[in-house]
Design a protein around this ligand. Structure first.
Ligand SMILES: Nc1ncnc2c1ncn2[C@@H]1O[C@H](COP(=O)(O)OP(=O)(O)OP(=O)(O)O)[C@@H](O)[C@H]1O
Length: 306
């Protein structure tokens, strides 16, 4: 759905993007991670046809951002990191304004706006002035605004920034629903664990370069050579620790009652066999690969911590 190839952009002498390439398949949630100034906003602005690249190609659903910007704009919903919400407009009026801008047919407007308000959990605020909304609500309204023309692709620049944990969780839930609707979502953040949970794949950027790219679990294990497994059993946690410690390729076991975390360097088939073996002796409640180690990965690939 999105293909970026050899993308470069300079601002004066500052190289904001340096030969960046990655692609995103339809229906995937893709996270762009990087510290301040890494080039995330620059890449997203080019995708959104708001900034011209110096070199490289960017296509959305086969449309080139330079050659077919009109088609690309119909295809995408872009939520910038800073946005205005037009004081003096009510929530519904605000969405009507953007629906008109995208020439949404008059007879569909009401239903679309009502559905969107429901999606972002703002139906009860339909008749409130936008400037009376909380920051989290404004953020959700901005997201609804990006969806008025039913785009296939969402580009969300730091949608959770400045939100409290509850508002962040709500935003995460909406992204999850967008995925259920088969939207392709590109989302940026420097809050890493958050992205790890909701993304199928991530790209890590630093100083305009892409330093790692791929499925979260894959790049986490590629960077460390280890997978991080979480196993929870109903009871006898201590015995479980003893069992896994006696197995090959198990390192660093941590226990919290009946839940254990371990690092594992076995193959996927060996991991399957480990699960099989544990299930024969324990009632297994959870057995999964943690994506939560993205923070450490990020620190190591960007060279901030080794
Ligand atoms: N309009 C501009 N003029 C000059 N330099 C710019 C401009 N926009 C971005 N830059 C520079 O390009 C680099 C990349 O910036 P960009 O905003 O893309 O990073 P970012 O990863 O989105 O960071 P943040 O997380 O802080 O938003 C930075 O060094 C920035 O100072």
């Amino acid at each position: 759905m999105i293909t970026i190839s050899g993308l470069s952009k300079k601002f004066g002498k500052q190289l904001a993007l340096d030969q960046v390439s990655f692609s995103i398949k339809e229906g995937k949630v893709f996270g762009l991670i990087g510290p301040n100034g890494a080039g995330k906003t620059t890449a997203m602005s080019i995708l959104a046809t708001l900034l011209l690249p110096d070199s490289g190609t960017v296509e959305v659903n086969g449309y080139n951002v330079l050659l077919n910007p009109g088609e690309v704009r119909q295809m995408i919903g872009y939520m910038p990191d800073f946005f205005g919400v037009y004081d003096g407009l009510k929530v519904t009026e605000y969405l009507e304004f953007f629906a008109d801008a995208f020439q949404v047919p008059e007879n569909q407007k009401k239903t679309i706006i009502s559905d969107l308000l429901e999606l972002v959990n703002l139906s009860v605020k339909a008749d409130f002035y936008v400037d009376t909304l909380s920051r989290g609500m404004k953020q959700r309204l901005a997201l609804a605004r990006c969806l008025v023309h039913d785009p296939k692709v969402l580009i969300l620049d730091e949608p959770a920034s400045g939100l409290d944990p509850r508002a962040r969780a709500e935003m995460k839930e909406i992204v999850y629903q967008l995925k259920q609707m088969n939207k392709t979502v590109l989302i940026s953040s420097h809050i890493l664990p958050e992205l790890a949970e909701m993304c199928d794949e991530v790209a890590i950027m630093e100083k305009g370069r892409l330093v790692a790219n791929g499925p979260v679990a894959e790049i986490t294990s590629a960077a460390s050579g280890m997978r991080h497994l979480i196993i929870e059993v109903l009871e006898r946690g201590q015995e479980l620790v003893a069992l896994v410690r006696a197995r090959d390729k198990v390192n660093q076991v941590q226990q919290n009652e009946n839940l254990i975390k371990l690092t594992y360097s076995g193959t996927r088939a060996e991991q399957g066999n480990l699960l099989k073996e544990i299930s024969q002796e324990f009632l297994v409640l959870q057995f999964y690969e943690s994506k939560g180690d993205l923070e450490r990965l990020f620190m190591s690939v960007t060279g901030e911590v080794n």
